[in-house]
Ligand binder design. Structure first.
Ligand SMILES: NC(=O)c1ccc[n+]([C@@H]2O[C@H](COP(=O)([O-])OP(=O)(O)OC[C@H]3O[C@@H](n4cnc5c(N)ncnc54)[C@H](O)[C@@H]3O)[C@@H](O)[C@H]2O)c1
Length: 343
């Protein structure tokens, strides 16, 4: 029998998960929900299900087996609690929350109601990255060098606002911070420095593109270039560089130096060299679907959801520690200071 899925937040990324669900016989789209009713209606028309504007109404009326949450960083907390309290499992897009207080509240509800959760850190399940992780797990790691460069700002009202999007570290470079944990284990301390290297005020003659990233935005208030130094619990060192400065293409990935091996990760694909030779693996076209597929399999009792909510909270802590370090004049911040007790 198919798992009955509700979707909340039917903006950009929801389309990927709705398309995935539509293509899988064991997933049934029963409802779509968005605070902008037209978005829920358009999604329902395109992918199926009944549209709602209010998530509580949707959960009560449809009682889905699981909820797919694709709301922006500031719009978490209540939605997850409403699902958990009804015993409804959830998949949530990264970042899990905009603050640790919000994440802690949800974590308590997840634990109390013992539901299955999964966070949308899809790079972890790309086959080349799984192979790299396996290879690295047998070696001492020396350096984990990560970057996330995007060629401009997503044109969404919440993105350039710190209190809504959380800044690039929380909202997006979290992918690399999470993958660093997957490859090299937990982080102990973080030192951060941020900058705004350009003026984002739109020139008088600037015409926003109809689609895609923008080069200027009124009210832009987040750093556009950030550097972190990470100390892993294993003793390995790491760095993260990220930038929003408009340039020519998206580029995210890693160089990982380990005993006897050098790894390059480019998006979901990887190449590496070790004593056995040189290897190069491309991710399959549908690599990004695996994270939702695995969650649904877990709901059916056929697999484990390998990126549960706790993992999202641990990765969020690194981003928050980076900004906290900036607040403290670039002093090192211990992850243990940021994480809730017991994690
Ligand atoms: N894993 C990935 O590769 C990936 C890619 C893009 C976005 N994301 C993440 O997905 C999240 C959403 O990003 P997006 O680009 O789709 O944003 P978006 O702004 O395009 O869509 C978010 C939608 O949520 C709706 N919404 C806001 N508050 C709501 C609420 N309380 N109840 C119901 N609906 C609500 C908005 O109206 C909007 O339609 C972000 O956290 C982002 O980081 C992940």
């Amino acid at each position: 029998m198919a798992v009955r899925l509700g979707f909340v937040g039917t903006g950009g990324i929801a389309n990927r998960h709705l398309t995935c669900a539509q293509g899988h016989e064991d997933m049934e789209i029963v409802a779509t929900c968005d605070v902008v009713p037209q978005r829920a209606e358009e999604a329902a028309e395109k992918y199926g299900g009944t549209p709602y504007q209010d998530v509580v109404e949707m959960l009560d009326a449809e009682a889905p087996d699981a909820l797919v949450i694709c709301t922006p960083p500031f719009a978490h907390g209540d939605i997850e609690e409403e699902a958990a309290s009804r015993g409804i499992h959830f998949f949530v897009e990264k970042p899990v929350a905009i603050s640790m207080a919000m994440a802690e509240r949800v974590l308590a509800a997840v634990r109390e109601h013992d539901i299955i959760t999964q966070v949308g850190y899809m790079f972890r399940l790309s086959p080349p990255i799984v192979a790299v992780q396996r290879m690295l797990s047998e070696r001492a790691i020396g350096m984990v060098q990560a970057h996330y460069y995007m060629p401009g700002l997503p044109n969404k009202g919440w993105w350039p606002k710190m209190e809504m999007g959380g800044g690039q570290l929380v909202e997006q470079a979290t992918h690399m911070l999470d993958l660093g944990r997957f490859l090299a284990g937990d982080v102990r301390t973080v030192i951060g420095k941020t900058a705004t290297v350009r003026d984002w005020t739109p020139p008088a003659d600037y015409e926003e593109p109809e689609k895609g990233l923008v080069a200027y935005k009124e009210g832009f208030e987040i750093p556009d270039a950030t550097a972190l130094i990470l100390e892993y619990e294993s003793g390995a060192m790491g760095t993260l560089s990220c930038s929003l400065v408009p340039q020519v293409k998206w580029d995210n990935g890693f160089k990982v130096v380990a005993e006897g091996a050098l790894v390059t990760i480019d998006g979901p694909s990887a190449s590496w060299e070790n004593e056995d030779g040189e290897f190069e693996e491309q991710a399959p076209d549908n690599w990004a679907d695996a994270v939702l597929v695995e969650f649904v399999n877990a709901v059916m009792g056929e697999a484990e959801a390998t990126i549960p909510y706790e993992e999202g909270v641990r990765s969020l802590a690194i981003s928050l520690a980076g900004y906290e370090s900036v607040e403290r004049g670039n002093a090192p911040v211990e992850i243990a200071e940021i994480l809730p007790e017991g994690l």
